[in-house]
Design a protein around this ligand. Structure first.
Ligand code: ADP
Length: 486
């Protein structure tokens, strides 16, 4: 219920106002002088003050000034006498909300007071809304600074680029891992690619813009870094930008190396005895040591087959460790990529035909020769194309295409097969990693094809990457540097 204070030295006015206002259900207090009015205001809060401007002692104007200073929330209506429009204007200028001239009718008083109280209620509502908004904004600002602190203190490097290619955020770990100095935020990814230390990452970021995620390993100043580059989309699917996360995997690499050394050692130790078992089985199967019956022939035949498969695995493992030890590009020679890819397609055509898969090779004419290890480069594409065939359903399509891209020769091996789930993508170049799901269950493999391909490409100072979408297909891209051209 609104509370009103009436200050007037004329009793008849005071009483009249009190009667009219009480009837409206408002609380009313009266005072016969400014000083007494101020006492009331001091004692309890009021919503509205009806103030006579012309009083002995403390004048209405003086009281108005004090009220505005001490109780700015109280809304003031001044009561003026005849022909005192100037004083009413002066009072309004000093902060009064409205005025009413004596003599007035009860209805006039009611209307003026009601209008003022309504205004006050509206102001209060607006104030509440403002406070709510302020609270909301404060909360958003707090959340923002929390997220910023988290990103700033992360051990992984983070870089965020908006949809126009402008850098909008990066953290100290990002600079530390890439060993680059801080740079201004308004730079675009194109500005940064112009700098040597950015080229590799920048090229990949540009490629991911609006595309599918890419993961790659990079060597930088003695560290091995894993970069995951992902496009960011709104709930409605609108492209918002790209996020790159860098992780130092040097430690994991070192452990990996120890494991490889161990595997190589074991494989090496197993090869001779296994080869000897295979030979002895061959001798028995050939009947050199005497005749063997049908049943024995079958069992020994299976044993020989299994031994042979084991020897193949061992040979793969030894290949891998040789590659990892850096013995890949020992026999560098000028190689013609068209010749190699044509041979790969010929070797694998029967496999493709068995599954009714179209195998296509399209290359622009006269691609430059490269310097490399022919057998190893052939192995890269044998692995990629045979995977394409293995992981594509009957009647599908596997294609190879190539071209020059900047200072690289790019070969793409694509298929419209089952694709690779996003959560497996970062791991498929890991040794022994195989995607495990209903579709891949019946497909055999060692999980060594891609790691071998990757090591060979890297040993030729190139890169290999994959783009894949489940149910759509996969594209493996191999970049081989042209400065190795013959
Ligand atoms: P594997 O001997 O299992 O084929 P790889 O190292 O060649 O080993 O490949 C690792 C895994 O990556 C595979 O097990 C498969 O799940 C997945 N993969 C590789 N190439 C493709 C492809 N073209 N389409 C779908 N999945 C693929």
């Amino acid at each position: 219920m609104a509370s009103i204070l009436v200050v007037d030295d004329e009793k008849i006015i005071r009483d009249g106002c009190e009667r009219i206002l009480l009837k409206e259900g408002w609380q009313v207090k009266t005072a016969s002088s400014g000083a007494e009015g101020l006492e009331h205001l001091k004692a309890s809060p009021f919503d509205l003050l009806l103030l006579d401007l012309k009083m002995p002692g403390l004048s209405g104007m003086e009281m108005l000034q004090q009220v505005k200073e001490l109780y700015p929330e109280v809304i003031v209506i001044v009561i003026t006498g005849y022909a005192t429009v100037e004083s009413a204007v002066a009072a309004m200028k000093a902060g009064a909300y409205d005025f009413i001239s004596k003599p007035f009718l009860p209805d006039q008083l009611r209307i003026v007071v009601r209008r003022a109280l309504e205004k006050k209620a509206l102001e209060w509502e607006a104030e509440l809304l403002r406070r709510e908004r302020e609270k909301g904004l404060r909360k958003i600002a707090e959340e923002k600074s929390k997220i910023k602190t988290i990103i700033q203190s992360m051990a992984d490097g983070v870089l965020v680029i908006d949809h126009e290619g402008h850098i909008v955020l990066y953290n100290p770990a990002f600079l530390r891992l890439l060993k680059i100095p801080a740079f201004p935020f308004d730079q675009t990814i194109d500005d940064l690619i112009a700098q040597e230390e950015w080229r590799e990452l920048g090229r990949h970021i540009k490629q991911v813009q609006e595309g599918t995620p890419v993961s790659l390993e990079m060597a930088r100043g003695g560290l091995t870094l894993m970069a995951h580059i992902t496009p960011v989309r709104s709930e409605e699917g609108e492209f918002l930008g790209t996020v790159a996360v860098l992780r130092d995997i040097s430690m994991l690499k070192a452990i990996d190396q120890m494991k490889s050394d161990f595997v190589a050692m074991v494989a090496h130790e197993l090869r001779s005895p296994l080869a000897s078992i295979e030979q002895q089985l061959a001798v028995i199967l050939a009947g050199i040591l005497g005749e063997i019956n049908q049943k024995q022939q079958e069992m020994l035949g299976r044993a020989k087959e299994r031994t042979h498969a084991l020897l193949n695995l061992i040979s793969d493992l030894l290949d891998l460790s040789k590659i990892e030890a850096g013995f890949v590009v020992q026999h560098k020679e000028p190689i013609c990529i068209e010749e190699i890819l044509t041979k790969v397609v010929e070797i694998l055509r029967p496999q493709a035909e068995a599954k009714n898969i179209a195998l296509e090779l399209t290359l622009p004419p006269s691609l430059p020769q490269l310097l490399g290890d022919r057998r190893n480069i052939e192995e890269v594409f044998l692995n990629l194309v045979s995977n394409g065939i293995k992981y594509t359903a009957e009647g599908g399509r596997v294609w190879l295409s190539g071209g020059i891209q900047g200072s690289y020769l790019l070969v793409e091996v694509g298929d419209n097969g089952m694709g690779i789930p996003a959560e497996d993508l970062p791991h498929i170049f890991d040794k022994f990693y195989r995607v495990k799901n209903v579709q891949t269950r019946r497909i055999t493999g060692t999980g060594l094809g891609l790691p071998i391909a990757k090591r060979i490409v890297e040993a030729h100072l190139g890169t290999i990457e994959v783009q894949s979408q489940v149910g759509v297909g996969s594209i493996f891209r191999v970049y081989l540097p042209l400065n190795l051209s013959a």
